[in-house]
Ligand binder design. Sequence first.
Ligand code: KG4
Ligand code: ZN
Length: 329
Amino acid sequence: MALILALESSCDDSAAALVDSNRQILAQAVVSQNDAHRPFGGVVPEIAARAHIEILPGLVRQVLHEADIAIGEVDAIAATAGPGLIGGVMVGLLAGKGLALSAAKPLIAVNHLEGHALSPRLVDKQLAFPYLLLLASGGHCQLLEVRGVGEYRRLATTIDDAAGEAFDKAAKLLGLGYPGGPAVEALAKDGDPAAVSLPRPLVGSKEPHFSFAGLKAAVQRVVATGDHRPEDIAASFQQAVVDCFVDRTRRALEVSNAPALVVAGGVAANSSVREALRKLAEEEGRRFSVPPGWLCTDNAAMIGWAGAERLAAGLTDGLDVPARARWPL
Ligand code: KG4
Ligand code: ZN
């Protein structure tokens, strides 16, 4: 059994967690910086980096205290090393390096996308490799065949915006503020998903890629006309994203015979998305797995779990490992 202390700081959530290789989350804490970024309508990288400096040390103390664990009892330190906003990534990774050096523990530099990709296995013991993963977050929208720790085959990606980015933009256009995804979902509950005609970019195309820029622009035009209720626009937008996800994932399932379908990343917290993909998996005869909402959005438990999986595979990193703004899986 290995115990991992994990740090996450790639965007606007500061997080720390203590996770073990038996899937126990001994303690975890996430501090969202929403209030700091809200006046600017989106994440300001410099503000995020400074906030991580202020927040992370307290979170590390908090999780160790809550679990009643001394740093010396930890087996390894895992920290997100990218991709993300480089200032924030550097803060978390340097903090991880400092802890690893001072406590003489191995360091595991975790790819944030690998954190999302392996997160379902933290709560779903039966989920074995390989599985087809729809990874939909604020920065990414990809279909990956997850074959093992560190073994990913990318089947598709977005040719323009990420799905979460589209949710955030739609929210901004509807005057819902930041962060947008949960606000759009809440408003959509009172709307008619068939009320507004919106495009489904790339639906029906051979390669299972995604595109959301055209959808975003269409929402902008619809909002400008003032002809529709915001509730109906939100519901119709959400339905368009769901339809794209289902069509593109169905296409990927035609080329992947992975026995399970998994959805992860912040957008997977959306209940319409979860239900539509659950139904697709059922239709296609695949097992379905989706982490609970709190594990879909950014957190350090998933970084700790990826750390545990990497440590078990003998994959640790030197203290010279770089922080990376871009780091494809
Ligand atoms: O994975 P995540 O927390 O951070 C990144 O790695 O990007 O994903 C954040 C994204 C944001 O764009 C946010 O608006 C979206 O996930 N999101 C949602 C929901 N909750 C978060 N989108 C739709 N519905 C939600 N309930
Ligand atoms: Zn993320």
